[in-house]
Write a protein that binds this ligand. Sequence first.
Ligand code: DX5
Ligand code: ZN
Length: 220
Amino acid sequence: MKPTISPSILNCDIGDLRGQLKLIESADLAHVDVMDNHFVPNLSWGLPVVESVVQSGILPVDAHLMIEDPDRWAPAYAEAGCASVTFHAEAATAPLRLARELHAKGARAGLALRPATDIAPFVDILSEFDMILVMTVEPGFGGQSFIDSMIPKIRRTREAINASGLEVSIQVDGGISRATIELAAEAGADNFVAGSAVFKAEDAYAEVEALRELALKHCH
Ligand code: DX5
Ligand code: ZN
């Protein structure tokens, strides 16, 4: 699968949202992290901010919901026009039903796994998802270090997807930079979230392109 880059706007200058989105225009998606201070020990923003990112029309929105009870809250993000809505396996009561509901509302559905959550229980329902998000840090904050021990999980997830003959994307999120992206790409990830690597770079545009080039070297 061709690598795609989704910069996370979590730690961008939110007062200049439009300007910041313009900086990453060459990316494939804008990754927007929703945190409720319960599922993760941090609070970011909710639907109104996500709606305004969608309405800016600058990039398709990849919503990452780090919230409790996604069964209740996630469908509104699909209705708001997010291209992709990812919820956590640990938080959902009925992940399969929720994925179908997101599809019915016109969004792609993603299933996110915290570092200690295995892919094995979800192997039989992979076909219900467009994307599996393998968290490469504990969710909650930007700027953390990539957890190397997630590499075998990325590899196992890619093997399970291939064995089922599916075309499901694998997203990695947390600590992705020029130093780590190749490891993740080689293991089978094809969508890369990068927050600090992009927004702390002198030239965000060039950083997106540099990350894409590195991932392309391992394109499967
Ligand atoms: C963390 C969020 C990430 C975060 C990534 O829980 O899901 O999307 O913004 O930031 P970096 O790339 O700095 O690790
Ligand atoms: Zn995220």
